[in-house]
Structure formats: C-alpha cells, structure tokens
Design a protein around this ligand. Sequence first.
Ligand SMILES: Cc1ncc(COP(=O)(O)O)c(C=O)c1O
Length: 381
Amino acid sequence: MKDQNYKSLIATFLKCNANQVFLYWKGRVALFAILKAMGIKEGDEVILPAFTCVVVPNAILYLKAKPVYLDISADNYNMNIDLLEESITNKTKVILCQNTFGLSSNIEEILQIAKRYKLYTIEDCTHGFGGEYNGKPNGSYCDAAFYSTQWNKPFSTGIGGFLLVNNDKLINPVRLLENKKVTPTLGEKITLSSLLLLNKYLINRFTYWTLLKLYRFLSKRNWIIGSNRGEELSEVNMPYNFFKGITSVQINAGIKELSLVHSVNILRRKNSKDYTKFLISKNKTYVDENLVQNHLFLKYPLMVRDRELIFHLAEKEKINLGDWFLSPLHPVTENLEQWGLKRELFPVADQISKKILNLPTDVSNNNRVINFLKKHIELIE
Ligand SMILES: Cc1ncc(COP(=O)(O)O)c(C=O)c1O
C-alpha cells in the first residue's frame, strides 16, 4: 500500500502515471532492470558518457553487453553529441545519456539520432530529479529514465532508486521482472534505518568529516550498507543478491523527503546562480546560465588547480565540498581498462576529472562557501 503511495507521489513530480514507476534497492538496479527489459544481451553495445559512476557500466557488463564510451563536452559535462553518430555500429542497442550535476544533455538531438538508427534511449537522472528540460521533468523524453535516492541525491532515502518507463512496450517486460527482485533482509532494514537516524541526529558541521571517513571505511569492507559494495569497485561480476527490491524504510523516508524537495530545489537554483555570478565576476570557469534554465544543480562544478589542497583547506574550515567525478568512472581511479575504458581516448573527461570538485547547492547560507572561494581564489581555474 505504502509503495503505491510512494509511486503516486513520485508520479506527481514526474507528471506521469504511477504505473510507469518501479522501485528498487538502488538506482543501478533500476538501470539493470530496464536494460534487461530492453533485451540487452551478450555482444550488444550501449553508448554512454565517459564521465559517470562505475556502477553504470557495471550494469551493462553484468549482462555481458559492451559499454561504448563517448568523451564529454566541457560545457555541460554530458556526452559530446558531435561524437555520437560515429560511435554507432550494427551492435548498438541503447544510447544512455545523463544529467550530470543536474544539467541536461541535448535530448532532442539524441532522440533524433536514436530514431534514425532505431535505438532505445535511457536517461540517467540520478542527479536530475526535480529539474526540467523544455518545460517537462527530466526523464520525460527517453524510453526510460532511472533515478537515485542515495545520500547525496536530490532527495535521499539513504540508498534507493526508481525507474520511470515512458515506452508502453517496455512496461510489461519490466513488470515481469518484479517477482525476480530479492527481498532485503531484516538486518539490512535495521542497518538502513539506523544509518538514516544517525544521519539525521549526529551529522553536523563538526562531525561530518570523521563520520564520512568512518562510513567509507566500513562500507568499502562491506561491514555496513554503503553506496557501493567493495567488489563493485574492483571487479565486473554481479554482486550476490544485486537485483534487490526496496524496503519500507526507504519508502517511508522517501515520502517524507519528497515533501521538502520543492523548497530545497529553490535553494539549489538560488545558490547555483550566486556561484555563477561570483565565478563570472572573478573570470573563472562557470556554467553558462543559458544551459541551465530550470535545470537543477545538484552540485555546482568548480575547476581548481590543486584539488587535494582545496579539500584539505575546506575540511579545516568546515566547508562541505563534493568529489564528483574523480575519474571518468568515479570513484575508481585505477585500472579502468577492466571496464573497457582507456583514459587517453577521452581527453576532456580525463582532464576535467583531474581538476573538478563540487560546491554544495543545498546550503541555506552560501556566504561561507563564497567567502572560502574568495580567500583561495588563486587555486580556482
Ligand atoms: C551518474 C550516476 N549514475 C548512476 C548512479 C547510481 O545510483 P545508485 O547509487 O542509486 O545506484 C550514480 C551514483 O551515485 C551516479 O552518480
């Protein structure tokens, strides 16, 4: 019952029907479900940007299909559409575009190309829930879109994800997979609700870094539920019980969080405008406002000269900066060939991933962030 309620609430935001929405343990599971429903199999090719989270190519590789990466555009951190057509072969089945940091890809052009070659399209909206493209919610245009509700996402259920299916023909295949989902254990439910409580009551400006480091240490070893299981970052075999459903803990958290999304997004838009204005005034790299009308800045990208130093200074001054994406396949920085990616073939993504960090857009007072930037302006590009 509660899951129907949650689906309806999501559907209201996405201006779709609740029966187009499917719920999963994580966003990557939603991606796996739609690829499977599209019939993706060994030898098929899926085109995606070379600036994403490693769990995205993982979902493709779990089906023994091949991720075909495209370098990105420095304007919007999404796939460079000029490279799209030349990467299509007779094995290509899907174009997977992304709204990196909330910024949309140029969807019309992607859809035109996809139509010409009869390819499926999927939008990775893990950063883009709440943003719009040409007056419609992100995720409305492709055959399907998937979303994440992990810790740092537009709204959070700790971990979690959902799928929006726009192509009627795919609804049934996705529905057929519903009974294949593994039910999360009681232990997982308890751990997740404890983490959500800890996040609510224990995390503040002073405890954040210590607890974050502890969380990453524990989750890397699979000692608690983390954003990634250790093996997802070191190999391409599907983890045990990967295809998992959602829990009531996540549904309850999601229902609560959705009621706050509008006001947080107003804040995100205001803060990102302020960052843009500031960066223009200092002649630094910024995101062009024309690209971002009604888009959502989940985080604001910043190019810096010495990332390590900035992170160190920020931690000392209790400024919470993000590290997306440290590599073309975040957070993995070594041995990307295992995922079929050679860094030197993607110079834009490679360079950006060496210099980028992100400013928070959900802070109620961005003066501290802007003052920090002013103080260290020589480190910003
Ligand atoms: C661009 C992108 N796609 C997909 C995902 C996966 O989402 P989830 O962690 O919910 O599986 C992430 C992750 O955080 C991401 O940043």
